[in-house]
Ligand binder design. Structure first.
Ligand code: ADP
Ligand code: ZN
Ligand code: ZN
Length: 678
């Protein structure tokens, strides 16, 4: 009788593996005759439930009493096991982010793979074993320019671990570099796989279409949270079985099982969406570097405005810098960026005369304009002039935002909704005024000033329905829109052909944020949105593309760097500041967050958590209320831990986690390593 002990990772908050017994001749018929292997999924009893776990070790004996060990129900042996490399990636992530292994492994797998019933797996396996006949002629690739060619050569000639930072201005043809490098690798090896990560696939289906068209009959899988479960399973399996040669995905795809992975590409590597902001708060970019190093393959980080972390590594020589300095399309010029001083050119209904004039010009010429405003809703707050009342959310440290067309006040943090009060709740004054401007209010002003223009607003409110964002972008591409008004949703990756004006409204607030990363983000965002303009060759008699920024602080150095399109200069000045202030990337951080009924309870928990602790190389800062102190009546506090040594911080966190897990408390807490939102 064959008998083994399986150490299994389960998706539980308990930081341990669970022992189960596997017996070959048990009367459960679904048990396989072959021995189970690490990396296979196994259905096991857990309390009164049956749950799916992942076999991490196979042993002969357990340290636990035999009568306490339960039998495995079934091993999913129709599936080849997940590789040791994949297990190692999860183990690293678990260790680095201080989470139980099972909490990393299982949620990263498609839900249907984890279901009790194997029918869907068998069905999916069958379906992908006969891939649809898609053999279409691949679309022609443009000839690369010299800079692009150099970058491709550098990437494909490396046969081992090498991190590249591809720094290319917007429109310089970074995508072509990825695609050519991918094509060469696929040609030289019959089974190589390539992983391409993008920030938000839903917003950039153009890329997916380009990839599919370019590679004709090479199977491409996509992995992102917008897929239906069945699709997700099929795409995941195609990657796992080595059938998909290219996997295109969002941050979660960093955990894709790809047995023949030979290149990782991270497009727009600076984008904040590579950092997961809930549950396991991992950075897909950082994990990509680790994964590439472990597999000894190249990894390419591409951006027009790299994160300071990556830029610093490029400066120090740890990453190799590849630069694309010109726009790829002939005669496509970078847009001229100009500031409009709002102190001199006073805005009317949010628009300066300078911007209004430029909009009129574009309308006259039949060209498109984009107005960028990173604030949705009608107005961020309504107020009473008579007594000073403002529309605070009663549950959060935030204002209720006016959504005029829906006749609602909405809190964007806890989703509380109220009818707009007819009069001031405090003094009865009926004349309540909206303060400030959101996208809806700007839309109203534009409608007012340009009644014949065709407007389209794209923000989270206008695109709630599935597919509606895509429809909206298609309308812009078809030329059915004269003036597009949008939040950062419109900034990402779109190649608008007839867009010659970008107007930026009220970006100033980010310059004075409590968040030290705000100006880095603003610069990246503005560069990106500016990059939407002037992507095609200038037309005869047409205008040079322009970006007009309405600001009250025209002398701010961030704007000077922006006008000069000088990322290098801006990055250098920010890095100098960060080094002096001992902030990342010169310092490593972790944040312990606490949530409780009262602020006092949250703070008290944090103080207890560090009570009596000290470490020579780690700074434990005092507990503080979080910037958003209250959300949905939950009070939030945090405690920052810092060190100039990553190993010292990691060692401290490991020790600390054991203590934290042992604390008896009703406070909800989480530890985040490398936090970005402090
Ligand atoms: P980026 O990602 O760097 O902003 P893209 O990859 O979107 O730039 O390229 C911008 C435009 O330039 C696209 O329309 C692309 O098809 C075109 N392009 C890229 N490389 C070349 C090339 N070598 N010759 C001609 N056009 C190119
Ligand atoms: Zn009042
Ligand atoms: Zn609220």
């Amino acid at each position: 009788m064959l008998r083994r002990i399986l150490q299994i990772a389960l998706d539980t908050p308990l930081d341990k593996l669970f022992d189960y017994r596997w017996v070959s001749n048990s009367n459960t018929e679904s048990l396989p005759a072959s021995l189970p292997l690490s990396g296979q999924l196994a259905l096991v009893p857990f309390g009164k439930r049956e749950v799916m776990g992942l076999i991490v070790h196979v042993k002969d004996e357990s340290e636990i009493d035999d009568n306490k060990i339960r039998n495995v129900i079934a091993v999913r042996d129709q599936l080849s096991p997940l590789s040791d490399d994949w297990l190692a990636l999860c183990r690293f992530a678990a260790g680095y982010y201080q989470r139980p292994l099972g909490e990393i492994m299982l949620p990263s797998l498609p839900k249907m793979l984890r279901s009790e019933n194997p029918v869907s797996i068998n069905r999916a396996l069958k379906k992908i074993s006969t891939p649809p006949d898609t053999a279409s002629a691949p679309a022609a690739a443009p000839a690369l320019n010299a800079e692009q060619q150099q970058a491709v050569d550098a990437i494909v000639s490396t046969q081992k671990f090498a991190p590249f930072l591809l720094h290319g201005i917007t429109g310089s043809g970074k995508t072509e570099v990825y695609l050519h490098a991918a094509a060469q690798l696929l040609n030289t090896s019959s089974d190589a796989q390539i992983l391409i990560l993008v920030p938000e696939i839903n917003l950039t289906p153009q890329l997916e279409n380009n990839v599919r068209a370019r590679f004709g009959n090479v199977p491409v899988a996509t992995l992102h949270s917008g897929l239906a479960e069945g699709e997700r399973l099929r795409h995941w399996l195609a990657a796992h079985l080595g059938q998909a040669r290219i996997v295109l995905g969002t941050r979660l795809a960093i955990f894709a099982s790809m047995p023949k992975l030979k290149l990782i590409v991270i497009d727009e590597e600076h984008d904040p969406s590579y950092k997961q902001q809930e549950g396991l708060r991992y950075s897909a970019r950082d994990l990509a570097i680790w994964r590439a190093q472990q597999l000894d393959i190249p990894v390419v980080l591409g951006s027009a405005t790299p994160s300071l972390e990556s830029w610093q590594h490029a400066q120090s020589g740890r990453y190799r810098k590849l630069a694309l300095k010109a726009r790829a399309v002939q005669d496509a010029a970078l847009p001229a960026i100009r500031l409009i001083n709002m102190e001199r050119d006073k805005p009317v209904e949010g628009l300066t005369a300078g911007l209004t004039h430029a909009l009129q010009q574009r309308l006259d010429r039949g060209e498109q304009s984009l107005l960028f405003l990173n604030r949705r809703g009608y107005a961020p707050v309504i107020a009473c002039d008579a007594c000073g009342w403002v529309s605070h959310c009663t549950r959060c440290t935030a204002f209720m935002v006016l959504h005029k067309s829906e006749k609602r006040l909405r809190c964007h943090h806890c989703a509380l909704e109220l009818r707009i009060p007819k009069s001031c709740p405090t003094c009865g004054n009926v004349d309540l005024q909206p303060l400030g401007r959101g996208t809806q209010r700007i839309e109203e002003s534009i409608q007012h000033q340009f009644p014949d223009a065709r407007l389209l607003r794209i923000d989270a409110d206008s695109t709630r329905r599935k597919g509606s964002a895509q429809e909206a972008f298609d309308a812009v591409h078809r030329g059915e829109v004269d003036i597009l008004i949008g939040t950062q949703m419109v900034g990402k990756g779109h190649d608008f052909q007839n867009l010659t004006l970008v107007g930026v409204l009220n970006p100033d607030t980010a310059l004075f944020s409590h968040d030290y990363r705000a100006s880095e983000r603003l610069f990246a965002q503005l560069m990106q949105v500016a990059g939407r303009a002037g992507r095609t060759a200038q037309k005869d008699g047409g205008s040079v593309s322009e970006v007009l920024i309405q600001t009250r602080y025209p002398d701010h150095p961030m704007y000077a760097a922006l006008i000069a399109h000088n990322y290098d200069q801006f990055a250098a000045s920010l890095l100098a500041e960060r080094e002096q202030a001992q902030l990342p990337p010169f310092q490593y951080q972790a944040l312990l967050r606490a949530e409780a009924r009262t602020l006092e309870a949250a703070i008290a928990f944090l103080e207890e958590a560090v009570d009596g602790l000290a470490h020579p190389d780690v700074t434990l800062n005092p507990a503080m209320p979080a910037a958003m102190t209250r959300v949905a009546n939950v009070h939030r506090a945090q405690l920052l831990i810092e060190s100039s040594s990553r190993p010292a911080l990691q060692a401290f966190l490991k020790m600390w986690m054991t203590e934290l897990r042992g604390m008896k408390t009703r406070v909800k807490w989480t530890l985040e390593v490398d936090p970005v939102d402090i």
